[in-house]
Design a protein around this ligand. Structure first.
Ligand code: HEM
Length: 496
């Protein structure tokens, strides 16, 4: 079971080591990749498969851009999420993906969507801040990871569906939809973590245990999405919802524009189908839910041990608020409401969030499967069918990429001498992937993350309940803080 390549581990040895390190897999890969001559290793897998894992930017560019066509996600990946995502954009290769990518690209990064995103995040933040205020008055703690997950779910459902599941409202029971979505993604993550897929595949055929629960949860999610689609279709036909700005309404309205359907060519009939819309939307919700909440959880944890960074963010935000044209008070001086232009000017905050995602990328690693034999730029041989994994978590911790201070949290490394944010080569920092299939929601994610970070930091201080604990990061498709992130909340006034 061993493979040729710069650093290769036989299957038995790798399995033993895997088992020993099962509680710290991200670190285990990081250590192996740092030691390997070209930051690339090859592992044998049970059942004869092979995995090449790389933290080498030239290899990453090769997989994600130069030879993109040879490295689709592949069935071993899409099979894991298929029962939930169907053939939604996140989970499909080839022509099916191309069509959805073109459709979705019409939607993302338009000016009108951008202002809708700011509108939504403002509304949801308005509900989050009282929750923190309440915790500070009670003097008790709350699990910030859980709160941020609920925040992100409300937020992405409003953006994608125009529906508010109100998960942040503790007085309401969690909606069946939210519960089913959570359960379904958790069970898919369990599938992904299984060393051999045969076990869940057999359970699926027999429809027992976790597979039975997954099937039921996916059905609830699908029925909910279809119900929203059918109602929206009627509303649009009746002309009553033409002003809706969410992604679903935009997609449905596009279908009525002749220039658009002509540009879509033969695919446009499929595009009109309910299942196509359902799958597209469920993919958006999955992509936008746990990613931003994971990023923010680790960001706030890093801030709690780097008060000078927290202070610098507060200063940047305060300066922007003071500089507003109307110095007369009221809404204009509200340090929890920001415009898109103000968010754009928050260079330091942008740097701090990027730096936090360098150390704790929301998607710690991601895999493709080779269609044909190939050789990576560093000389590693990749056989047909092999899994090739790029590892943003390890890459953020490579001296070869970031220098000897790679383990330190230093937002300044992202700023030029004028204090302006400078983006990095995406193949050295593939946190949003990069190349042909780069994340579509990157700009949306930054708007949301900067908004909530600026609002929370200018109103509150968050302190870990256990300040001696270094939390453990595990990957359940997205990064999770083991045990949540219990924090005490203080208002800024309490501290001054
Ligand atoms: C910090 C937040 C985020 C991070 C780190 C992130 C990261 C990623 C990564 C690594 C991928 C590639 C996954 C793969 O191909 O296996 C991806 C794809 C994608 N992301 Fe994001 N994402 C974030 C937020 C969002 C948001 C808010 C949305 C909004 C809906 C979004 C929409 C998408 C979509 C639609 C894709 C699929 C693109 C395609 O396959 O063509 N993402 N993202």
């Amino acid at each position: 079971g061993s493979v040729s390549g710069p650093k290769s581990y036989p299957v038995v040895g790798a399995l033993f080591s895997f088992w020993k390190n099962r509680g710290r897999l991200l670190e285990w890969y990081t250590e192996m990749l740092a030691r390997a001559p070209t930051q690339t290793i090859a592992l044998g897998r049970l059942g004869g498969g092979r995995t090449v894992v790389t933290a080498n930017p030239a290899n990453v560019e090769h997989i994600l851009r130069t030879k993109f066509e040879n490295y689709p996600k592949g069935e071993p990946f899409t099979g894991i999420l298929h029962d939930l995502l169907g053939t939604g954009i996140f989970n499909v290769d080839g022509d099916g993906w191309k069509l959805q990518r073109r459709v979705a690209s019409y939607q993302f990064n338009t000016r009108s969507l951008r202002s809708f995103i700011v509108e939504v995040v403002e509304e949801v933040t308005e509900r989050l801040l009282p929750l923190l205020g309440d915790a500070s008055r009670r003097g008790g703690w709350l699990d910030l990871q859980d709160v941020l997950q609920r925040f992100a779910f409300d937020n992405i459902c409003k953006v994608a569906l125009g529906i508010d599941p109100a998960c942040l409202d503790a007085s309401l029971p969690v909606s069946e939809f939210a519960r089913a979505f959570d359960l379904a993604t958790g069970l898919c993550a369990q599938r992904a973590a299984a060393p051999v897929s045969l076990v869940w595949k057999v359970k699926r055929v027999l429809n027992v245990g976790s597979e039975r629960r997954l099937a039921r949860a996916a059905e609830v999610v699908h029925e909910f999405a279809l119900d929203v689609i059918r109602r929206r279709r009627k509303e649009i036909a009746a002309g009553s919802e033409s002003s809706k700005k969410d992604l679903l309404s935009r997609l449905m309205v596009l279908a009525n524009i002749p220039q658009f359907t002509a540009a879509m060519g033969a695919g446009h009939e499929a595009y009109r189908s309910e299942v196509f819309l359902r799958d597209t939307i469920v993919s958006f919700i999955l992509a936008g839910r746990d990613t931003t909440s994971a990023a923010l959880t680790w960001f706030f944890w890093l801030l709690s041990s780097h008060p000078h960074v927290e202070h610098a963010i507060r200063l940047e935000t305060t300066r922007l608020v003071i500089a507003r044209p109307d110095g007369g008070g009221g809404q204009k001086q509200d340090p929890s409401v920001f415009s898109y232009e103000e968010l754009q000017r928050m260079n330091y905050l942008h740097a701090a969030i990027s730096e936090s995602m360098r150390l704790y990328p929301p998607v710690p690693f991601d895999s493709k499967h080779a269609l044909a034999n190939d050789v990576l730029p560093d000389g590693t041989f990749v056989g047909k069918g092999a899994r090739v994994t790029y590892h943003p978590y390890a890459m953020g911790r490579m001296k070869t990429i970031w220098g000897p201070d790679c383990l330190e949290f230093k937002p300044e490394r992202w700023l030029d001498e004028k204090g302006l944010y400078t983006p990095r080569n995406p193949f050295k920092f593939p946190v949003f992937q990069g190349g042909v299939r780069v994340c579509l929601g990157k700009e949306m994610a930054f708007i949301q993350m900067k908004y909530i970070a600026a609002s929370v930091v200018s109103n509150f201080k968050l302190r870990p309940v256990d300040s001696n604990r270094t939390p453990k990061c595990i990957s359940c498709l997205t990064a999770r803080m083991v045990g949540g992130f219990p924090v005490f909340v203080q208002t800024i006034d309490d501290n001054t």
